[in-house]
Structures are given as structure tokens and as C-alpha cells.
Write a protein that binds this ligand. Sequence first.
Ligand code: CP
Length: 326
Amino acid sequence: MQSYMAGRDMITTQEWTKGELETVFDVAFDLKRKRALGESHALLRDKVLAMLFFFSSTRTRVSFEAGMAQLGGHAQFIDHRTTQISHGDTGKEIGEIIGRYCDGIAIRQCDWGIGNSYIRGVADNCRVPVLNMQCDFYHPFQALADMMTIFERFGRDVRGKTINVSYAYASSYQKPMSAPQSLILMASRWGMNVRLTRPPEFKIMPEIEEQVKENARKSGGSFEVLDDFDAGFKGADIVYPKSWGAMLTTTDDKESAEIGKKYTDWITDSRRMALANDHAIYMHCLPADRNIEVTDEVIDGPQSAVYDEAENRLHVQKAVMALTMR
Ligand code: CP
């Protein structure tokens, strides 16, 4: 068990060893049990987390803020529009200054080509841990919550289980590709059969695919890429169909939305779920476009794990904060 993670940033899980991530899961399960029993676990008393948002959020904001309170500390919500960031405070200044006030800085910056670089710039100039609440490339806390949910349903040894991470159509906005990229990076380290299903215009970053291949080689898992929505469901134990934008094809959101309209039939319904294994679970990081990405019947049905998955955001985030911000 790896036990010393004080001061570490969490920008992508790929930069943490498998042993360190196992510790995160052990602590997350312990904190979940403590919360269920009403046992106090004020591991970060007097500590303050700054939460800087450049993009909207429901789950991330509420779970980080609740998590810090449950750990005995405090979380500050900071909107980039209502601070001097909008008048020129740089990432260096945010890292230097907020790092002197607070014990951790969590950031959500999802702008394509900007988010990850901004977060790394803050981290380079910061004396306290920097936590990635989602960028253009990675959503590490979502992937941790996803894996915790998979462990709850299938046990901690998930070697040989097939996970289908798939594009789905959505009309609301061009969603980041960070959640699917982070999830396939994680699943491939636990020996799973990782399947990525997407139309040709919705490719993910080639360097992520290369890392997934290497993870799968080391873990004894596998990685395949499909472009047929139905085929992705066949024989899967876990299905994770969600939308993302065609950023590798165009950086114009309107053009990406137009391309997506070719795939309005990429919706998860009960016929598609029946193609997966009988015990298969449906996962989605939320928010989902109901009856566009997924039917109510599936997301509210017995195979859906979406609310456990959302809950587990709280537990994994508390685990990483308790391990890094002490
Ligand atoms: N899944 C997720 O990150 O949700 P929010 O965008 O609501 O934070």
C-alpha cells in the first residue's frame, strides 16, 4: 500500500501509480462506510480548498464543497467572471497567491486547448496540491468515481470485464471528451477489455489511445476501437454511452453540432441494453440529455448505476483531499 501522497497534484490519474490509486479507493470505501455510520472523520480540520470554476457544474461543485465540510474544513466557490481573473490575473498569480491563502486549489477549466495547460500552469506556481475538477483532456475524479462504482458492482478484480465507452448523440452542448478519455485510461490499468465506440468524426486524442494501449499491455487487458453503436453493446458488462464534441475534427462548436446530427440514432434504449450481457450496468457521468442520449426507461431502469456513480464522486474526492492536503 502506498501511503504518502501529501502535497501531490491530481491532474490525471495516469500520473499516479496503481498502488497510489488503490490507496485512494481503500480510503474512499472507508470514508463511505464512516459516513454511512455517522462516524466523524474530520481529517482536514482548519484546511481550506479554493474551488475555481470557469465552467458550470452541479455534482462537482456540491460534492467538493460537501466533502470539505465533512472533513472538517471549508471550501470556497470562486467564479472566474466575478474575480480579477476576468481583468487579467494570470494562472501564475492564482497559483502563487491563492496557494498562500488556501491548502488546495481545485480548478474546472474545460476550454479546448486551454484547460489542461491552465491547470498545469497554476500547479507549476503553487505550493499546495492542485486538483483537476475537469479540463479539456481529463476528468480524473469522475474516472475514480466510475471505477469505485464498477468495483462495487463487480468486485475489486475486474480483469476480463468488458467496458464499452461510447459516443452518444446530444443536442444541449458540445461536451468535453475528458470523461471518456479519463475512464479508458483508468479501466485499462485494471486489466479490463476496453472498447471505445465512436463515429469517425468523434475520435479522441491519439496520445490517449496510445497510453490506453500501453496500459492494457501492462495489465493484461485489451483495447479495441469500433464505429458501430450497436456492436459496442454486444457482450459488454458495463456500457458508458455519453456525448462529446468533435474537437479533433473541428474546433467550431456549431460545426461540431451539425456533424453530430448525423448520429441522432446513437441513443441508448432498451433494445441496445438487451445486446449487452444480462447483468450489464448502464453508466453516465451526468448531466445526460434525457430521451436524446438515453431513454428515461434505461437511465431510470434497474441496470442504471448513475446515482451510485454520482454519489461516489463525494467519496473519492474526500479520499484524494484527505491524502494530499494534510
Ligand atoms: N459529472 C460532472 O462532472 O457533473 P457536473 O458537470 O455537474 O459537475
